[in-house]
Write a protein that binds this ligand. Structure first.
Ligand code: FES
Length: 575
């Protein structure tokens, strides 16, 4: 210990050492051109980068990282950029959600194992946000998030088109002959016309809003388009702030308090955010030991008015949201419903940060006195079909279907659905209830976004635009419809959902928060005796471990051994 130069900085346990160990920790780093003074007591800021050419939504992150570095250097810190597993929602198979927890493990261990005093998380495409926040939360260093920003508005045939949302519309139009194959091809290029993540209030935008609502970002950053110069400025400012947070020892657990989670749920309801928020927020809460349950989403969110008129629930896109004033306007509008005791990364509460926000377009962000929907949040329903709950995004559903009774048309797997949905002989009409099984965390595996399964062509041809759909899978944040999702327990573990048969009557009543399968307990018990789980054939690797250890959707679908946190201490040297 004699020649160690220990200071209060964690990084000095590496770079401040003398002798052989210190030489090893510094010398190899110097091959990148860092001069000696960089290692002498400067806060080391890790920049956790999810750049990847297979994650197109994060394709601009090397440039964003450079602006963070500029800020870190300006504030007297030492920035070190590092990669983690990146998940491209539109590319990776079988579903990015399968790998969210694996990515979180790479984040957690990369942060803990390296000489960082704080981290800046570069987040964008759907799962790249929760995986980074979950991993960072389990280490508990000062942490600030820089959301990468949405794409510019898609433009096609004189109007705006939104990522994902218009894919579902155009796909139906192509199937029913309302759109030509040439138009469909052209729309493909028109929809994704700049760097950035999905332009709708889909999962990526929901996650960006979530980080700002939790207080993990500088104010106002979440809606700034990826290519707007102000994104770079705030990336620079975030680098400066990360260095200051080291000095203040403002760790992520001091920001992720119960009040912050309550605010995130309420704000998600006000912006019409994705149901995917539930899984990710539950998982993040469990990493920091905050007691959050599925029922809290209903308790805090279901009575919050919808104020933001963005697709898929509304008309506009994230670019418009930014020009209207972005999230600070929403926070100011519902400030009286928010907790004002949760500090953000700039040490003020999000309510304090937003008090001077101005609304520049009341078509895009309505005043709280004139909401788009009085109660627009996510509703949790329960019943004998899903004793541990299912969720529905009311703002994306059809009012006339919120109370409904219909005959189940059951698809045992997604392959079964694809094979039969357009069969002219399928006994289905607009009053039927479409049931899709084996799409939960264990059953797919990975809980894909198939819960908004397209309706049968013969029903669409009648001009019908929505039907009741129920599944243990998820729904893309860009999608819409009267879709009950995240049924828990899922069918793959033999929950009651697994026992539904064609022709069973299912009754839903969203306002009463109920969903009921009209089959007696005795009959269900008989069916359970005959139930056989699907053999998925996964017997090695990460997927095997995932199936064996993943929790149900109602618990956040994290791996059971990742819940909680291990801190930042690493007791042993590497040599
Ligand atoms: Fe990446 Fe939507 S596909 S954000």
């Amino acid at each position: 210990m004699s020649d160690d130069q220990k200071t209060s900085l964690r990084s000095q346990d590496w770079f401040g050492k003398g002798g052989k160990d210190g030489m090893i920790y510094r010398s190899w780093m110097k091959n990148q051109g860092y001069p000696s003074h960089q290692f002498k007591g400067k806060p080391v800021i890790g920049i956790c980068n999810t750049w990847s050419e297979t994650t197109p939504c994060n394709g601009h992150f090397r440039e964003i990282a450079q602006f963070v570095k500029n800020g870190v250097y300006e504030a007297g810190g030492f920035p070190l950029e590092f990669p983690v597993m990146s998940l491209g929602e539109t590319i990776i198979r079988p579903t990015a959600m399968l790998y969210r927890n694996l990515a979180a493990m790479t984040v957690e261990e990369s942060i803990r194992g390296n000489p960082f005093d704080a981290v800046v998380l570069l987040t964008g495409c759907d799962k790249t946000t929760p995986s980074l926040v979950m991993g960072a939360a389990s280490v508990d260093l000062p942490t600030i998030v820089v959301p990468g920003g949405p794409m510019l508005n898609g433009r096609f045939q004189g109007g705006i088109i939104g990522s994902g949302t218009h894919v579902w519309r155009f796909a139906d139009d192509l199937r029913t002959g309302k759109m030509t194959a040439e138009e469909f091809d052209e729309a493909e290029s028109c929809m994704s016309r700049s760097a950035g993540h999905c332009s709708t209030m889909g999962t990526a935008s929901t996650m960006a809003v979530m980080t700002e609502a939790l207080g993990l970002t500088l104010p106002g950053i979440s809606a700034i388009p990826a290519v707007d110069s102000r994104k770079k400025m705030l990336a620079h400012m975030s680098g400066i702030r990360a260095v200051e947070m080291v000095k203040e020892n403002l760790t992520i657990s001091k920001v992720l308090t119960p009040g912050a989670f309550e605010n995130a749920i309420k704000i998600n309801a006000a912006v019409g955010g994705s149901t995917n928020l539930i899984l990710h927020l539950l998982a993040i809460a469990k990493r920091v030991g905050v007691d959050l349950s599925l029922d809290d989403f209903d308790k805090f969110g279901s009575s919050i008015p919808l104020l933001v008129n963005l697709m898929p629930s509304g008309k506009y896109l994230m670019e418009d949201f930014y020009y209207a004033g972005g999230l600070p306007v929403v926070i100011r509008e519902i400030a009286d419903k928010l907790r004002n005791d949760a500090i953000s990364v700039n040490t003020k509460t999000i309510v304090e940060n937003s008090k001077n926000a101005r609304n520049w377009n009341e078509e895009v962000i309505t005043p709280a006195s004139k909401p788009l929907i009085e109660e627009g949040g996510i509703t949790v329903v329960k019943g004998n079909l899903c004793p541990d709950g299912a969720v529905i995004k009311v703002s994306a559903a059809s009012e006339h279907l919120l109370k409904h009774k219909g005959k189940a048309v059951v698809f045992e797997t997604i392959e079964d659905y694809h094979a039969r949905v357009d069969d002219p002989d399928l006994d289905i009409d607009e009053n039927s209830v479409m049931v899709l099984k084996n799409c939960g965390p264990k059953g797919y595996p990975g809980m894909p976004e198939v819960g908004n399964m397209a309706m049968p062509k013969k029903v669409i041809d009648k001009g019908v635009t929505d039907m009741v759909r129920i599944s243990d899978g998820r729904m893309s944040g860009t999608a819409y419809g009267t879709c009950f999702l995240h049924v828990s327990p899922e069918s793959a573990v033999g929950g009651p959902f697994a026992l539904i048969q064609n022709g069973d009557i299912i009754e839903t009543d969203v306002r009463a928060k109920k969903i009921h399968l009209h089959v007696s307990d005795e009959e269900l018990a008989e069916r359970r005796k005959a139930w056989v789980p699907l053999d998925l054939g996964y017997n090695r690797g990460y997927t095997k471990m995932y199936i064996e250890t993943v929790n149900q959707a109602s618990e956040g679908a994290d791996l059971d051994f990742l819940i909680g946190h291990s801190g930042s201490e690493v007791k042993r040297e590497s040599h």
